[in-house]
Design a protein around this ligand. Sequence first.
Ligand code: ARG
Ligand code: AKG
Ligand code: FE2
Length: 350
Amino acid sequence: MTAPLPILDLGRFNAGGVARDGFLADLRAAVREVGFFYLSGHGVPDGLAQAAWAEAHRFFDLPPAAKDAIAMVNSPHFRGYTRAGAERTRGQPDWREQLDIGTERAALAVRPGAPAWTRLPGPNQWPAAQPALRDALLAWQEAATTIAIRLLRAFALALGQAADAFDPIVAETPNQHLKIIRYPGRASGDAAGPDGRGQGVGAHKDSGLLTLLLQDDQGGLQVETAAGWVDAAPIPGTFVVNAGELLELATDGYIRATVHRVVAPPAGARRTSIAFFLGARLDARVPLLALPPALKAEARGLTSDPLNPLFHDIGANYMKGRLRSHPDVARRHYADLPEVAALPAVGEYS
Ligand SMILES: NC(=[NH2+])NCCC[C@H](N)C(=O)O
Ligand SMILES: O=C(O)CCC(=O)C(=O)O
Ligand SMILES: [Fe+2]
């Protein structure tokens, strides 16, 4: 048995004094060693999560036509519904259906020649048949943003920085991204992976700063560690938290954005999750933090993966993930970009 992932209580951070110091020491160890932990004591009112769960289940139970009416392929902002099998991770189809939303705002007026990320801000798509979904998910997105920004201050302190070290890149227009996700059960043999089960979502890093995940009681999330894949089994009342690529970039790899995946549930079961990704302002660059010497000596440098280059330009780093994940959206709305012309044709994935 591998050691389970650590559990950190945000109440200790909020309490101050020695409790806070203990929390920060545990946080530093957790992000350096695994990059994944459970967060308890976050204080988000239970009703907000309950409402988000109830509306998420109602959404996935809508008839397919009602969901396809707000298909992501209609949105240059990568917002809307994606059917199971349409998203790609490392070129392979992910067996999950999902609704992606983000900050609700008007699209920017985009000048020709402006960076591609300027096309990302914009309105969400909501199902006409379910007006309550919008309020529940936007309220959840705000609550999750508040906790994620508080945690980011804790990360800064744990790294020997001023608490506000990340404030400039999350001020005013942080890149909020929320997904409600359902993984259908799969019979073994159904496009089974090496472990005999299907790909719910393939192995990847999250591209932003921090991810806060709510998961139901099904399980299936796995985290890559030095000792191999470890299950992030559900623990009621907690979030699963993980560091994204922007923290790896900011710390020259002291923090690693940990690789994770979801193994599809068996036939007859299903998994539902609600993932919130706090990203930074798309118009900024990730600062390279000056770590205290003791921490700097332990920084391992950035990982190098030819399929996943890391970019200090935040807009470019986020864009790469969106384009490769949703080649249908990329071809419809971003065909002018050279990296889109280079995407393998559907059916051509190895
Ligand atoms: N928005 C996300 N966090 N998506 C994570 C899934 C992995 C994604 N398909 C990728 O290729 O990077
Ligand atoms: O659904 C989950 O539990 C994890 C999803 C995930 O890792 C992602 O969408 O980035
Ligand atoms: Fe992820």
